[in-house]
Design a protein around this ligand. Structure first.
Ligand SMILES: [Zn+2]
Length: 258
């Protein structure tokens, strides 16, 4: 049961207080951002239900403190609770606190929704394992994310609201370049960038060909064969460090700037 008494009434219900931190404020009504505010509820309501009722996807939440003590999303609200809600910490040091999620994601992997195809391609270009199809259904994305321990990247808040979602991020930027930069910095990926390691068409790992192996027709402007050629054995595409590669590296350096 979800109750949110935004409008004053004769019976406002039971009062708790919330404070949301950092980018979680983006989801809140303007007057609730960066401040402690009262929240009224009726009947048993979990923290998960309350924060989603306030518009914040639970998958963006990493740590909850109730009266200074760490709590689970499933905990029920009790009168006069003071609830602090923190976002997914990828950049900040919270080593002194135990995170809501039991295990950190050592190898960051993504799955993106059907509206973020260009972001998916960019993430592959810089070497991150990123699943994408333009015909994924929401349930399929949630299932694959859970099965393969992937972070869902989406511009659809509803996709992140389901209970089965444990890792997800609502992408704020509008254009692909801004989105790529946002993800790199949000998930602290700068040191993990590895260009030409993953096929940007199908996401499989690229294999560097032996210097003696030169597929026909791949030459530089002077007609010399490239020495470094990479092959995707899944979709049988070749990639090499031509002029497009130089442009790509320049673009990546721009993404890496804070
Ligand atoms: Zn491929």
């Amino acid at each position: 049961m979800k109750q949110d008494c935004d409008k004053p009434s004769e019976k406002p219900g039971t009062k708790v207080q919330f404070r949301f931190y950092a980018e979680l404020n983006d989801f809140l009504r303007r007057d609730r951002r960066q401040v402690v505010f009262d929240y009224y509820y009726h009947g048993p309501v979990s923290i998960k239900e309350a924060i989603e009722n306030l518009g914040v996807p639970h998958s963006d939440v990493d740590l909850i403190l109730v009266n200074g003590v760490q709590a689970e999303l499933s905990r029920h609200l009790t009168e006069n609770d003071y609830i602090s809600v923190y976002p997914v910490f990828e950049l900040l040091d919270i080593s002194s606190l135990t995170s809501e999620r039991k295990e950190p994601l050592r190898n960051i992997r993504f799955i993106v929704d059907c509206h973020l195809g260009r972001l998916a391609k960019n993430l592959r270009i810089i070497g991150f394992d990123t699943l994408y199809r333009n015909d994924y259904q929401d349930d399929e994305i949630r299932f694959l994310a859970r099965l393969q321990n992937r972070i869902i990247l989406t511009k659809d808040k509803g996709l992140l609201m389901a209970k089965s979602v444990t890792r997800g991020y609502y992408v704020r930027a509008i254009d692909t370049r801004g989105q790529t930069k946002e993800i790199i910095h949000k998930f602290d990926l700068v040191k993990k960038i590895d260009p030409l390691s993953r096929c940007l068409i199908c996401n499989h790992k690229l294999i560097k060909l032996h210097p003696g192996t030169r597929p026909l027709g791949i030459f530089d402007d002077e007609g010399n064969p490239f020495t470094e050629i990479f092959r995707c054995y899944h979709c049988d595409k070749f990639f090499w460090k031509g002029s497009h590669y130089k442009h790509m590296i320049e673009e990546i350096i721009r993404y890496m700037q804070p």
